[in-house]
Each structure stands twice: as structure tokens, then as C-alpha cells.
Design a protein around this ligand. Structure first.
Ligand SMILES: Nc1ncnc2c1ncn2[C@@H]1O[C@H](COP(=O)(O)OP(=O)(O)OP(=O)(O)O)[C@@H](O)[C@H]1O
Ligand SMILES: [Mg+2]
Length: 248
């Protein structure tokens, strides 16, 4: 890894009863990086994310953000430090429109009103929402638009580290490609860790890929090397060989 780590975990463990969903993870992510986290269903990806934000309390081990141990901090405190998460199940305020959702997310920055309005307009443009989409209750938006609305909320909160759990699930290829652009824009301002199953998405975005298997880091490398790794193919990609060589 090159560059200063913004996030490090050391010996991170999360047990649910007898199951170690996260089982001794040491992760280092450099400031400015886009890291992809992959692994089969149940590998522990979402649990790892929730341990970083203390939506789950780790059973043991440490999470260091910009060198600071997060032990004992509440989720809202971690958010204030600059870690934002988009969970696997999208969560927007269903009865509010996209503009209001994004405005609420921007409020944490305590901007003056004019600056707040400017940020909200900028973010709406970044996620490609015109005034009609911006003023629709979020509950009436398509699945993809709801995902983009949540990405907009994340952009508006101006995090230093963004954790995105399956941001393209349920999207068409065209929608996935638009999401790649939004995340690249996010990455000009924030370090990004993204959990995804879509290999084309990963190849277009990630510099390094970490493979999680049964709660442990199996391998970490560039996407090309990951695709060629026999063990990874067997445990994860094997079922999807046809998509590995899909045209990029
Ligand atoms: N709240 C919970 N209580 C008990 N077990 C849990 C809980 N959350 C996750 N698990 C278990 O932990 C393991 C890891 O789950 P996790 O959701 O982190 O996997 P994942 O890699 O995100 O999978 P997917 O790709 O399907 O989203 C699984 O065995 C799951 O059943
Ligand atoms: Mg998950």
C-alpha cells in the first residue's frame, strides 16, 4: 500500500453466537483510494462495514481512523468524524423529496443558508436529478433513483471516508455505469470502500481489491491479479466465470 492509511483495522472480530462473521481482519486503506471489497454471500462484508461504524460493536480488535482508535465511540460520533455509510438496504426518508433528503444530510456541515442551498443544488446536479426528480417524494422514485438519492446524501455530508454496500444492486448496466461516474466524483473528495458483486463495476473503479472469505481476508491485489487467482475463482468467481471475461 502506498500513501498514508486513512483506515486501518487490527485483529477485528465480530461474533454472532458461535459464528465469527468477521474473523481477525487486518485492513489498511490509503487516503484517496477506492478499494473494492468482494466475497461470496455471507463472507462478512456488510458485518465488517457495520463494525467500522459501530452499527455493530466489534467483539475484539481495533478500528483506527486517521490514526485514532474508534473504540467506545457511538455511531453518530463516528459519522461526525467523517465516516459515512450507505448500507446494503437503501435508507432515505421515504416521504421527503430528494432535495429535502440531501438537505438533511448536508445540515451536519453547519453551513450558512446560502452555502447550504448551493451544496444541495450542486449535489442534485452531480447525481443527475432535474427539478422534477428533486421534488418527488423519495418513496415514488425508482430503485436506481433511490440509490442515487442516497449517494447524493452521502456526497452532501462531505465525508472523508465513504463506505458503500452494494450501491448498484438492482441496477441495469447503464445505471451501473452512471453510478461509476458518481462514485468517481465522490472519490475526488473522499476515500471510498465499496462492496460489490458486479465485476465490471469493480474493474472500472477499484485500484485494489480485497477478497473476504468466511470472515477473513483471503487475498488483496489488483483486479487483474484477483481475476487470475485460482483460489478466488474457486471460492467466489468460479460460479461466474462467464462474467470475468466480459467485455469492458
Ligand atoms: N445480525 C446478525 N445476527 C446473526 N448473524 C448475522 C447477523 N448479521 C450477519 N450475520 C451472519 O454473519 C455472516 C456474514 O454476514 P454478512 O451479512 O456480513 O455477509 P455479506 O458478505 O455481507 O453477504 P452478502 O453478499 O449476502 O451481503 C453470515 O453468516 C450471516 O448470517
Ligand atoms: Mg452484505
Amino acid at each position: 500500500m502506498s500513501g498514508r492509511p486513512i483506515l486501518a483495522t487490527r485483529g477485528l472480530v465480530k461474533r454472532f453466537g458461535g459464528v465469527a462473521a468477521v474473523d481477525g481482519v487486518d485492513l489498511d486503506v490509503a487516503a484517496g483510494e477506492i478499494r473494492c471489497l468482494i466475497g461470496p454471500n455471507g463472507a462478512g462484508k456488510s458485518t465488517l462495514f457495520k463494525c467500522l461504524t459501530h452499527q455493530h460493536q466489534p467483539t475484539s480488535g481495533h478500528v483506527l481512523f486517521e490514526g485514532r482508535d474508534l473504540q467506545g465511540l457511538a455511531t453518530h460520533h463516528i459519522a461526525r468524524l467523517g465516516i459515512a455509510i450507505k448500507n446494503q438496504i437503501p435508507s432515505v426518508y421515504a416521504n421527503l423529496d430528494a432535495r429535502e433528503n440531501i438537505r438533511i444530510a448536508a445540515l451536519r456541515r453547519r453551513l450558512a443558508k446560502r452555502e447550504l442551498d448551493r451544496v444541495v443544488d450542486l449535489v442534485l446536479a452531480e447525481i443527475g436529478f432535474d427539478s422534477r426528480l428533486a421534488s418527488q417524494p423519495a418513496v415514488t422514485l425508482s430503485h436506481a433513483h433511490r440509490q442515487w438519492c442516497e449517494l447524493g446524501m452521502l456526497l452532501a455530508s462531505d465525508p472523508r471516508l465513504a463506505l458503500l454496500d452494494e450501491p448498484t444492486s438492482g441496477m441495469t448496466r447503464e445505471e451501473m455505469l452512471r453510478t461509476v461516474d458518481i462514485i468517481k466524483r465522490l472519490n475526488t473528495r473522499a476515500t471510498v470502500i465499496v462492496v460489490e458483486h458486479d465485476l465490471e463495476f469493480i474493474a472500472r473503479l477499484a485500484q485494489r481489491v480485497t477478497v473476504l472469505h468466511r470472515g477473513k481476508v483471503l487475498v488483496e491485489d489488483t483486479m487483474d491479479k484477483i481475476e487470475a487467482n485460482e483460489t478466488v475463482r474457486d471460492i467466489y468467481l468460479g460460479r461466474k466465470k462467464e462474467t470475468i471475461h466480459a467485455e469492458r
